[in-house]
Write a protein that binds this ligand. Structure first.
Ligand SMILES: C[S@@+](CC[C@H](N)C(=O)[O-])C[C@H]1O[C@@H](n2cnc3c(N)ncnc32)[C@H](O)[C@@H]1O
Length: 223
């Protein structure tokens, strides 16, 4: 699990206690994922709480996630979607790893949301085009992008096609632990994150906010 950038342990604890408690399935997913070496890929509980609120604010009935890992963020959003729309809600969960999707599905079953989550396994560049071809253009209420950073520009482009007007895209890790603001750092991931931040900020098709939630969460709402 990650922690919000700039918050020490005491403030992190305060923020977590000030948020609604996680469901049992979310807690189990987070705690069991902690044992993995790559556990910092998981969003923090406070980011998940924020994303649940976004799902409520846009009344998310159809959503897409790009980058599932062990299923925590998808579970959080799906819980809210199911509470609002029951079995009519649908979350398309895209990840390149079949093994990770299997792990995630176990938590989704425990959380009672497996029936509204449709796993899409493969490179998300192709998966998102597949969703467009399946007729989802202009229907998606919320999309969370948390996969390979060099793919963000492609995911943004596909997301603009998929989102309905008023729908939102959230891009995770746009601060990249601060390296985006360090001019001495240049590598494909950091550069791609700078590109997406600038692209979104200069795009008349969206309203946008660059926030310091988690490791930086960029929000773009389609006009
Ligand atoms: C940071 S983790 C996602 C964390 C997850 N959102 C959570 O909070 O638990 C990134 C995920 O993106 C997936 N991924 C990386 N490149 C991908 C690609 N090109 N297409 C689809 N998924 C990809 C990885 O397999 C990994 O599970």
């Amino acid at each position: 699990m990650s922690r919000s950038i700039g918050l020490d342990a005491t403030l992190t604890d305060y923020v977590r206690k000030a948020n609604p408690a996680e469901s049992a399935a979310l807690k189990r997913c987070r705690e069991e994922t902690e044992a993995r070496e790559d556990s910092n890929m998981q969003v923090s509980p406070e980011q998940a709480a924020f994303m649940k609120m976004v799902a409520r604010m846009v009344d998310a009935k159809t959503a897409v996630e790009v980058g599932v890992f062990t299923g925590y963020s998808a579970l959080a959003v799906a819980e809210t979607m199911k509470a609002c729309h029951g079995h009519k809600a649908k979350l398309f969960a895209c990840d390149v790893s079949h093994d990770l999707i299997c792990i995630a599905e176990n938590y989704w079953k425990q959380g009672g949301v497996a029936d509204i989550i449709r796993p899409v396994i493969g490179d998300a560049r192709e998966s998102l085009i597949g969703l467009v071809n399946d007729g989802l253009a202009e229907t998606v209420d919320m999309m969370f992008v948390d996969a390979d950073k060099t793919g963000y520009p492609d995911y943004y482009s596909a997301g603009l096609t998929l989102l309905r007007p008023g729908g939102v895209m959230l891009f995770d890790n746009v601060l990249w632990n601060g390296s985006v603001a360090d001019p001495s750092v240049s590598d494909p991931d950091t550069d791609a994150l700078r590109v997406i931040a600038e692209k979104v900020n200069n795009d008349d098709r969206v309203e946008n906010a660059f926030t310091a939630i988690g490791d930086g969460l960029l929000i773009a709402m389609k006009r």
